[in-house]
Design a protein around this ligand. Structure first.
Ligand code: PEP
Ligand code: MN
Length: 360
């Protein structure tokens, strides 16, 4: 994806994060228009609404379908906002393009399916829609290559204004987040494709309205390029995703509290701090190497005394005491456990080398 183009739209300040807002689903003409008017009055310029809704189980509200496109047209005419909707099939793409929808997005269940992605890409090519703006949500599973592949299919259809939407990744069971943010995945995506705009969807990551503000701030702090947030004129009555929607007024309040960082500033102080980090990393590596040397000597001793490499009591003791110490020093127990287990794994690997005389 070499020559991606920025997603700029007349009337939208390209120096600010892109903000897209609107209900999870278009439910009725009244709900769409009332939400859109309130959003427009609060300065929102791009309106989102799902017309076709991919639901986990049959029998739920699966979207109003094509009639909703007429309501989006009306939103455009009456408020001047741009419009965005989700497409998942050939028919959706055709109908949305014909209705003049400005931005098409591809949902997380669709981007996980290469056949569906190819069908969408082929339709865009057939419709000569290289000028379209297409946003691709991450697949439900944390698979960066699948996400990139989905976008490459759209790119191969000639579309250059492509953006990624980070909406978090599914897991089993109840957690704080509805979908795990796993920020390192969109960060890796940005490193691989610096010209690709990445928009964060705090509504679907958090799954609850209280998490929209902190997740949005985190997204901006990490330098992502925009936000897509669900907003409904009566959130509690929403037909889908009620718990995570906010009124346009609350959305405006949230947006006003966000601090936009300047990603181009590198202050003198930061350079100094970064040099410190470089030095500390070197020290860390030296200490780790020293630990491994001692570990190999222990391996030698265990070999001579025919002891097994992993001594369970000692192992549990090391993890427990260090995790506690680390916590006292302000690090999370999860982090300490991950680091200690990784160090222990490497120690075991090195000792097994000693046992097998594979040491250089
Ligand atoms: C949505 O945006 O309403 C939606 C269905 O999202 P996702 O594909 O991220 O689940
Ligand atoms: Mn939703």
């Amino acid at each position: 994806m070499k020559d991606l183009q920025p997603i700029t739209l007349p009337g939208i300040d390209a120096t600010k994060p892109l903000v897209i807002a609107g209900p999870c689903s278009a439910e009725s003409r009244e709900q769409v228009l009332c939400t859109a008017k309130e959003l427009a009055a609060n300065g929102i310029k791009i309106f989102r609404a799902g017309i076709w809704k991919p639901r986990t189980k049959p029998g739920g509200f699966e979207g109003v379908g094509a009639p909703g496109l007429e309501w989006l047209k009306e939103v455009k005419e009456t408020t001047g906002m741009y419009t965005a909707t989700e497409v998942a099939t050939r028919q959706h793409v055709k109908e949305a393009l014909a209705a003049g929808v400005d931005i098409l997005w591809i949902g997380a269940r669709t981007s996980a399916n290469p056949f569906a992605m190819q069908e969408i890409a082929d339709t865009l090519a057939e419709e000569n829609a290289s000028e379209a703006i297409v946003l691709v949500k991450n697949p439900v599973n944390p698979d960066l290559e699948l996400w990139i592949g989905a976008m490459q299919r759209i790119y191969n259809a000639g579309v250059r204004r492509i953006g990624a939407i980070h909406r978090g990744f599914s897991t089993y069971g109840k957690h704080l987040y509805r979908n795990m943010p796993q920020w390192h995945i969109p960060i890796e995506l940005r490193l691989r494709f610096p010209a690709l705009p990445i928009i964060v969807d705090p509504s679907h990551i958090g799954g609850k309205r209280e998490l929209i503000a902190p997740l949005s701030q985190q997204a901006l702090d990490m330098g992502f390029n925009g936000l897509i947030i669900e907003s409904h004129c009566s959130p509690d009555e929403a037909w889908s995703d009620a718990a995570q929607q906010v009124t346009p007024e609350i959305l405006n309040f949230i947006l006003n509290t966000l601090v936009v960082r300047d990603s181009h500033q590198t202050t003198e102080n930061l350079t100094l701090l970064r040099q410190q980090i470089d030095r500390i990393d070197n020290e860390l590596l030296e200490v780790l190497a020293k630990r491994m040397r001692v570990s190999r000597e222990i391996g030698q001793f265990k070999k001579e005394h025919r002891m097994s490499v992993v001594q369970a009591d000692r192992y549990n003791d090391v993890i427990r005491t260090r995790a506690k110490l680390g916590e006292e020093m302000g690090m999370s127990p999860e982090f300490m456990k991950t680091v200690l287990l990784a160090i222990h794994d490497e120690s075991v690997r090195q000792q097994i080398e000693v046992l097998n005389d594979r040491v250089k």
